[in-house]
Design a protein around this ligand. Sequence first.
Ligand code: FE2
Length: 219
Amino acid sequence: MLALSAVAERKLTRFRNALLEMEEGGRGLKNQSEMLKRIGEAMDNAIAEHGKRAGSLAFYTALKMGAGTDDAYKLFWCGLLHDACKMFVNGNFIEKPHKLEQEEMEEVRMHVRIVHLVADRVKWLAGVEDAMRYHHENWDGSGYPNGLKGEEIPLAARIVGVVDAFDAMVDGKREYKKPLDYDEAIAELERASGTQFDPNVVRAFVEMFGERNEAQKAE
Ligand SMILES: [Fe+2]
C-alpha cells in the first residue's frame, strides 16, 4: 500500500473537506459555481485545469449520447475529479516537463488505486468514483487497474477515458511533447476506437466536438 507523504496527507484532508462541505450544503451534484471554485482551489492547479476541461467535454459527450441533464452533470464531476488522486502520489508528475520513466509511471498509476481514500468518506462521490477508478481501463482489456473489457467498464469511465486522452493530446502545457491540433487528436481517437476506446463514445465525442466547433466559429 502506498504511504502518503505529509504534504499529500495535508492535501488529502483539504480536498476531502471541500467535498464534504459540498455534501453538507445539500447541493448534490449540481454545478454550483461557488462549490466548483472551492473544490478547484483544493486541487493542484494543473490537475484542476485539466479536470475542468475534461468535465466540460464529458458533460457534452454524455448529452450527445442521450443522457438527461442530471446524468450529464454527473459526468461533469467525473471529468473534473477523475485525476484528483494524482495529487497524493509522490512528486505529482503531471507537472513535470518530461516524459515519465518506468518507475514514475508505476507511481502515477497508483492514482486509480487510492480512490477509496477520498470516496470512502464522501457519500456523494458514489456516482463519480467509478470514473476515478476505471478511466484507464481500455475497451480491449489492456488497461489498468483491473484489465476490465468492453461494457464491464462503467460507461462514465469510458467517457472520461476518451475526453481525458483528447485533452492530454491537445494540451499545450505538457512541455515534453508537442500538442496535436484538434484534427490530429480526433484522428488519434478514431485510430484507437475499438481497441483503447469504446467506439460509441468516440463517435459521440467526434460528432459533439465537430458541432460545437462549428457553432463557435459561427458566433
Ligand atoms: Fe488518470
